[in-house]
Design a protein around this ligand. Structure first.
Ligand code: GS8
Length: 219
């Protein structure tokens, strides 16, 4: 019997984008359901009663929550096609470390960028760029973070590049000159159909961002 895969998601979510990319990399057909996070549906509340957050992957009726855990689950269950995590335990630990760093550090700094102003924003911008430079150092001269093939860290970082355009406009800066290798890497990833079809249109994301600012009462 074919697997039934349902993804509870919200289109601008960086966490959801990771899962979308992983599913696409593995070539897995799934039913995508966009959730209204202001009025959460009964299925989301039933499938993720602890956090009540998207993304949730429902595989043959069983829920898996938390994006990092979902991507690793997808990689373990459908291990024959496009492996995402390296097979060597040490390299696997390293990949998990960077994915965790991206989630904790870049996510927080990204939020701080547009929620602050003036000197505070400048300091956040500096830290954000330093963080990206650190990641650029980790990439080195490799085509992808994992080496020759698109892998776990790439899946985790690409959604942030989707939002980078928004952050650059919001905080009036550009990282092209600061991190040229990272930009080349992002363009390389975007050439993959699994990535380009999983990420939203930049302008649509920017329009959503303007709405988000209004909700937060930020001018
Ligand atoms: C974070 C998911 C999350 O924040 C993961 O899956 O990696 N650690 C989790 N989801 C948000 C939408 S994206 O910003 C969410 O569902 N928020 C609803 C809420 O907080 O009520």
């Amino acid at each position: 019997m074919a697997d039934e895969i349902i993804l509870l998601d919200f289109w601008p979510s960086m966490f959801g984008m990771k899962v979308r990319i992983a599913l696409a990399e593995k070539g897995l057909k799934n039913e995508y359901r966009d959730e209204d996070l202001f009025n959460k549906g009964p299925l989301l509340l039933e499938m993720n009663p602890i956090h009540k957050k998207i993304p949730v992957l429902i595989h043959n009726g069983k829920p898996i929550c938390e994006s990092q855990i979902i991507v690793q689950y997808i990689d373990e269950v459908w291990k024959d096609k496009s492996p995402l995590l390296p097979s060597d335990p040490y390299h696997r630990a390293q990949a998990r470390f960077w994915a965790d760093y991206i989630d904790k550090k870049l996510h927080l700094l990204g939020k701080m960028l547009w929620r602050t102003k003036g000197e505070e924003q400048e300091a956040n911008k500096k830290e954000y760029i330093e963080c990206l430079k650190l990641l650029e150092g980790e990439l080195g001269d490799k085509p992808y973070f994992g080496g020759e093939n698109f892998g776990f860290v790439d899946v985790n970082l690409m959604p942030y590049f989707s939002w980078l355009y928004v952050f650059e406009i919001a905080a009036n800066f550009s990282i092209e000159a600061e991190c040229p290798k990272l930009i080349t890497w992002a363009k390389r990833c975007m050439e993959k159909e699994s990535v380009s079809t999983s990420l939203p249109d930049r302008q649509k994301l920017y329009d959503f961002f303007l709405q988000l600012k209004k909700w937060h009462g930020i001018e």
